[in-house]
Design a protein around this ligand. Structure first.
Ligand SMILES: [Zn+2]
Length: 188
């Protein structure tokens, strides 16, 4: 049975992540809500799923360590869920892998294919980072300190009201697209 590790980003009460100023909705809360839905769909598809949202990403904080938990399990696939934030106007969905060409690129492609199929032009797909060779990608500890194919998915820009409203209206579709992307990858 394939083991999928889900890591909703940030940590409610400790690190809310990005916040939508108008609604007060936080990245940590929405990542957990959608991550919990993804877990349900993956389990229904026969996967073993561990979900951990923790401020401790890499052996240096309080609480259960995300990378350690994924590596020790060990997970076959690692998916971190986040929301972007920039200037209130930037929009869309994008996925990150660690630097270089790895199996994570295929995982990223599977997830983004499902996202594109599900939402079409309704959700702008920012694909400039998908090839895995952009420096910006190397900075994420959950991608670099995990031993299995790992992606970090920025579902939307939470500081963009239009993006947030779209996600809130399509939480279930988003969760299903992510889960299907993962199972597409696992069945290859
Ligand atoms: Zn984040």
């Amino acid at each position: 049975m394939a083991r999928v590790f889900l890591n909703p980003g940030h940590c409610p009460g400790i690190d809310p992540g990005a916040i939508n100023k108008r609604s007060g909705i936080t990245e940590a809360d929405i990542a957990l809500e959608i991550g919990t839905m993804v877990k349900k769909y993956l389990e229904a598809a026969g996967c073993e799923v561990k979900l951990l949202q923790s401020d401790n990403l890499n052996y240096d904080g309080v609480g259960e360590c995300v990378c350690e938990a994924a590596n020790n399990w060990p997970a076959d696939v690692f998916v971190s869920l986040h929301c972007n934030a920039f200037n209130g106007m930037a929009e869309g969905t994008e996925i990150f892998t660690s630097r270089g060409q790895t199996a994570a690129d295929e995982l990223a492609t599977c997830i983004m294919s499902r996202v594109e199929n599900t939402f079409g032009a309704k959700l702008y797909v920012r694909s400039e980072w998908l090839d895995g060779d952009v420096d910006r990608e190397a900075g994420y500890v959950v991608l670099n300190a995990t031993n299995m194919p790992a992606v970090l998915y920025e579902m939307i820009f939470i500081d963009n009201d239009t993006d947030l409203e779209f996600l809130l209206a399509n939480k279930d579709e988003m969760a299903r697209a992510i889960a299907r992307g993962v199972t597409d990858y696992l069945s290859k």
